[in-house]
Design a protein around this ligand. Sequence first.
Ligand SMILES: C[S@@+](CC[C@H](N)C(=O)[O-])C[C@H]1O[C@@H](n2cnc3c(N)ncnc32)[C@H](O)[C@@H]1O
Length: 429
Amino acid sequence: MTGQVNDRAKAARHLARVLGRGTSLDNVLNGKESPLCLELTYGCLRHYFSLAAALDARLGRPLRDKDLDVYGLMLVGAYQLQRTRIPAHAAINETVAATRPLRKPWAAGLVNGVLRKLAGASPSPGDAQQPGSADAAASEHPPWLRRRLVSEYPDLASALLAANNQRAPMSLRVNRTRIAPDRYRHALRQAAVSCTPSWLPESVILDKPQPAASLPGYQEGWFAVQDIGGQLVGDLMRGQLQDGCRVLDACAAPGGKLFHLLEAGLALDVTALDISSTRLVALADIAQRLGHAQFKVVEADATRWQGPGPFDFVLLDAPCSGTGTLRRHPDIKVIRTPRQVARAAALQAALLHNLWRLLRPGCTLLYCTCSLLAEENDRVVEAFLNVSGAAGIAPIALPTGRATAYGWQMLPTEPATDGFYLALLEKKP
Ligand SMILES: C[S@@+](CC[C@H](N)C(=O)[O-])C[C@H]1O[C@@H](n2cnc3c(N)ncnc32)[C@H](O)[C@@H]1O
């Protein structure tokens, strides 16, 4: 059995877990996947809606739930045929052979038949029969999300939908407590890693993504991998703070914005709080690699945590739908539901209400999400302003993105950034 056959079987199993149980890809991957397995898994999810439409039209009848891995394998085959340069005969043969490591040899004929139909195919008249599925297949978005993006970004919808289906760039934040950004760029050049600068001196965009551990200075903590949009959030925070400030990072793990703040060269008293012990372990590991120890850690539920406050600055980087990060997390297009978005918005409101009590009058809370949806962004802020007499909005202007009614929205149509929303809430003295 070749490794490539096993890679296809493994990708099929991963897809079955995402599709069947709604498990996020981050929780499915174990870090031991080959580049081919990752390419197949991510690719199938990025193009799930068109691949599924093409398969369903040729499948006859749906597979049983317990055979979702076979369906995953067909997606893997369809992806290779439609989106890669792998020759059709090799793609089909290796995919059919992967029914054996899946322990479903009975499915070999079925997979072979469907993929051969697809390989010879012009689009079938049966493609995209479900209501809304033609648009879903063309845009690679679920109908509900496509409708929302079209209605909330009427001037930008097709560019936004297209951008969401691209691969995200890999960007780094140079850890200035360990190495000067210029010296790090020099180290990258020496290692023949080509890169482009970005808006901040500490930001680097790699021309070609590669494993972080293979870059110069990984063990030495010279850099962290962080989206440029996230770095712009960190930079905005830095502008709000001065030596001696008491800062609460209320949803801190795994620490991207926290560590950026600690690298700002300010003497801050920082508390990093998160509800997830697993994610706090990841935060501690990254802190150790980057050499950051100057902060307190609290494991708690920020909808209830009582302090001790007050804080001079609160960062609420809220859990959200992640719809601003579809390039990095294409599984979100497949598993996220409108109900989950509504639940996230309720949690965001609860977090905001509790954390507001911990903010010192005259000070600022930065609310941010990596969502593109107003329901989690301006609507949450608006509802809060309506009930809190003491809150005002401070203006934001970043080098990329656009103003919204209450804050600022960065967009993945700017290739360097994910979609981030920010609003600065001031507590009246
Ligand atoms: C968007 S992530 C934070 C990313 C982080 N700020 C960074 O820059 O790396 C949201 C975090 O909120 C945490 N979270 C979710 N519900 C929470 C709650 N009720 N209280 C505290 N943290 C919570 C999650 O565990 C997750 O780590």
